[in-house]
Design a protein around this ligand. Structure first.
Ligand SMILES: [Zn+2]
Length: 186
């Protein structure tokens, strides 16, 4: 009977279950669903073109051009997209590669590693475990004790200087002009 076939067609046409991040492709860059998602629109507004290109399109900034390549300040490096803390300045070293390089992470699982076979090479791609932002690559030629070299784009990072204090507003608010408000003048 042909009626049976018709029914079969109808039931097959059920709505597809929405993904956790039901946004157009490109937002969650890979098939994997990341804990944190951001809309492409928001990121385009919030990030600079190079930050967007590197984190969302797996781009690479020019060597020696990145903001943090030679940064020697003490502090924490976080994902520029979601703010997850990734590296500390005491794990940064001068690799001479032209990109900020670290030999260890703050937390083992703060970065997700995937095989990257592009450009005829086998590299390990490093992405933020929270939002999937592309960060750079991991190599095995780093210094002791880990022997690892996280070669990270400055454009993927935001830096919080230790001297600036932890995130949050200082109640004193003494920025720039201070001391004059005290009643110590005679
Ligand atoms: Zn992130």
């Amino acid at each position: 009977m042909s009626g049976f076939n018709l029914l079969h067609l109808v039931t097959k046409n059920q709505p597809v279950k929405l993904k956790a991040c039901g946004l157009p492709s490109g937002t969650c860059r890979t098939k994997k669903t990341w804990p944190r998602c951001f809309s492409q629109e928001e990121l385009r507004k919030r990030l600079t073109p190079i930050q967007y290109h590197v984190t969302q399109e797996k781009g690479t900034e020019s060597a020696f051009r990145g903001e943090y390549t030679d940064n020697k300040e003490e502090g924490t490096y976080s994902c520029v997209v979601c703010g997850a803390p990734l590296f500390t300045s005491d794990k940064k070293f001068d690799s001479g590669s032209g990109w900020p390089s670290f030999f260890d992470l703050i937390k083992e699982d703060s970065i997700s590693l995937t095989d990257d076979l592009s450009y005829g090479m086998h590299r390990m791609e490093a992405s933020c475990s929270e939002c999937g932002a592309h960060l750079g690559h991991l190599f095995d030629d780093g210094p002791r004790p880990t022997g690892k070299r996280y070669c990270i784009n400055s454009a993927s990072l935001s830096f919080q200087s230790k001297n600036a204090g932890p995130e949050g507003v200082e109640p004193g608010g003494a920025t720039g002009q201070s001391a004059s408000s005290s009643k110590s003048d005679l």
